[in-house]
Design a protein around this ligand. Structure first.
Ligand code: ATP
Ligand code: MG
Length: 266
């Protein structure tokens, strides 16, 4: 069966057109459950709060949960785009936090099973759509499957999230290793999530950095540290963004600080 074509939201830019701005921030991890989706939502919300036009793209189609964490049911989502029923631009839905979301649809198959050519077409469409935003946050599925990592190519930055668990650190290392070997993403930076304090976060970063230095000759910078904060669980339970429900919480201020640094540095 021939796959349905992915409809281009915009015409392809001509050779004479200005180069595309690179404003996509991918959020990745080796191990699952380290906080990628929650962090991506909060980062997009921090961007909106700072007056930026932000888009959050749920790149984890198989186990999509941006919509679940925020309690929204968009009329169109990524599954409609992949089925050829909507363009990416049409699937972008405004969330009350002031940013747009392109939601996935849990259980409707994984991006990882899409043929590479379709994934590339989707990536191109996302890059074109990204031109209408200041920043795009790309929440990825866990793991090191190449198809998912292909989405990160040409991103401005790829934030690899780890926690202090040894398995999360070794899986983050594995993610960085395969991504670097295939030159799929430059701009890899580390986020340490769910630690009790700054010192603990720096210790985790130090462990990962030593492995990257020694075996990969890479020095990915630290994008920032996010503290473990019970307000995160509370806001997810209430299907609300942390920046709406607990804007003054520690984790909220940690993510806002990360965005401020990225916005200045990138
Ligand atoms: N800073 C934090 N403080 C406390 N709890 C947190 C924090 N960050 C994440 N969590 C908890 O971790 C859980 C998993 O988060 P999330 O679903 O965002 O992870 P994920 O990496 O996207 O998972 P998956 O790999 O399955 O997509 C959340 O339900 C939340 O309760
Ligand atoms: Mg997730």
């Amino acid at each position: 069966m021939k796959p349905a074509p992915i409809v281009q939201a915009f015409p392809a830019p001509s050779a004479a057109a200005a180069p595309l701005k690179r404003n996509i921030i991918a959020v990745a991890s080796g191990k699952g459950g380290v906080g990628k989706t929650w962090f991506s939502i909060t980062l997009a919300h921090a961007m909106a709060k700072a007056g930026k036009r932000a888009l959050l793209f749920d790149g984890d189609l198989g186990l999509a949960n941006v919509d679940v964490q925020l309690g929204v049911t968009p009329e169109r989502d990524l599954a409609s785009v992949i089925a050829g029923e909507a363009t990416l631009a049409q699937a972008a839905t405004r969330y009350e936090g002031g940013f747009d979301i392109i939601a996935g649809r849990s259980g409707s198959g994984s991006l990882a099973t899409l043929p590479a050519s379709r994934l590339m077409a989707l990536r191109t469409e996302l890059h074109l759509l990204s031109q209408t935003y200041d920043w795009v946050v790309l929440d990825l599925g866990a793991g090191i499957e190449r198809t998912v990592r292909l989405l990160t190519a040409q991103s401005r930055a790829c934030l690899v999230i780890t926690t202090d668990e040894p398995t999360a650190i070794t899986d983050a290392y594995a993610y960085i290793k395969v991504t670097a070997m295939e030159q799929l993403a430059d701009g890899i930076q580390i986020v340490v999530n769910m630690v009790s304090n700054q010192r603990e976060g720096e210790r985790v970063y130090g462990t990962l950095l030593r492995a990257c230095r020694e075996f990969l000759k890479l020095e990915p910078p630290l994008a920032g540290i996010v503290r473990r904060d019970e307000h995160v669980r509370d806001s997810i339970r209430h299907q609300a963004s942390l920046l709406t429900r607990h804007p003054a919480s520690e984790a909220a201020s940690d993510v806002e600080a990360i965005f401020q640094r990225l916005d200045q540095a990138l």
